[in-house]
Every structure is written in structure tokens, then in C-alpha cells.
Design a binder for this molecule. Sequence first.
Ligand code: GRF
Length: 228
Amino acid sequence: MAELKRRAAVLISGRGSNLGALIAAARHPAYPAELALVLSNKADAAGLDRAREAGIATAVVESRPFGRDRAGFEAVMQARLDEAGIELIALAGFMRVLTEDFVTRWSGRMLNIHPSLLPAFPGLDTHARALAAGVRLHGCTVHFVTPGVDEGPVIAQAAVPVLPEDDEPALAARVLAQEHRIYPAALAWAASGAARLEEGRVVLDRPMAEGAFVNPLPGPPGLPTEMA
Ligand code: GRF
């Protein structure tokens, strides 16, 4: 008998390309999570259309009317999550900072994707900041959510090279392609128990990659050619 799928909600505020990647992955019969709800804090979020097209239940809880009353907003959101029997949350471009209460309630059961190699570049405008800093590697991170914004324990990361001709859109697109690879995987691991939060650290029942990703590429081994 197939194991029961965990009921997951995806929380969005915008275009929902990561949601699209999660929807595609979750179509696989063996995927351990079912996307049971897509919840947006904006009624005009384009991602809502992706959810509707995929036949996934949607909910809109507008955050704006609540102003600074974050707890009030979250209480309504929590009610929607409860009604849908949600066990796991994936934040995917959800542009609201959550209270410590809400985050604690979902500890070990709420994931976020962030467009940088955390702990580098938490917050906004990560690609512009990576370009300004002159880093040679950039990327994305999936982490469990903790009260500190973009500070949670890391589940998975993907690195991409920063190229000399890169501008913000080019670098963002290269990173986004990797977001769409690692988020469906990380959500699956969290749903199956292969990634779990134990005493503030992520325990992973996964093989780890070996080797190194170097940018720019060194030349053939040996001096002086390698440094030529
Ligand atoms: C992504 O870059 C994600 O890393 C960040 O917000 C963006 C959302 O994009 N948290 P999309 O709505 O999934 O296309």
C-alpha cells in the first residue's frame, strides 16, 4: 500500500515559479507530499492561477488590511491551514515576515527558499548584492524557518558561477533554475522524514555531493600553468 502523503501548503505572494516546480514534482505518484492548498496574501498573485489550473485549492488572506497586526493576519491564515489539514508549509516567495509564535508552532514543518547561498546575503536584492560584492559563486538555499529571517538551518543549497557579463536578470535566471531543482527535492525530503530538524540542526538521510565547484576554472594541474 502506498504510504500516506503529507498534506502541504505553499504560501506565495507573487509569480509562483517555485510553486510551478513544486506542482510539477508533486504530480509524480511517489512524491511524498500532496499540495493541498496554495495560500496567498495577495489576491492578484499570478501564482494563484497556476494553482487553479492544476486543480489545487486556493485561499487568499490579504495581509494589507491587518497593517501591523501580524498576529491577527496569522490567526486567519492558521485557520485556513487547519481547515485544509495542512502538516507542512513551503514558503515560496511569500513576502511577509512571520511572528515568532507562528514560526515556533510550525518548527521543523515550515521550509523557505532564499535566492542566495546563506548565510551570505539574507534579505532582499540578493543578486544585485552578490554582483556588487564581486563573489564568483552565488546560488540558493532551502532552509527550515526559524524566527530570525533567513537564518534557519539549511536543508539544501545549489551554487552557480557568477560570470563577468552577468547583470541582475541573467544571474537571477541562473539561480532560479537551480531553485526549481532543489525546492521540490527538499520538500520531498522533509515530507518523507529524510530531512528533519533535531536540536536546531538538520539531519539528512541523503548522500552528500563530493568534489568542489571552482570559478573561474583553474588551468591544467601544476605550476605555473594553473596560475597562468
Ligand atoms: C524566489 O527567488 C525565491 O527564492 C524568493 O522569492 C522568489 C519567488 O519567486 N524567496 P517565484 O514566485 O517562486 O517565482
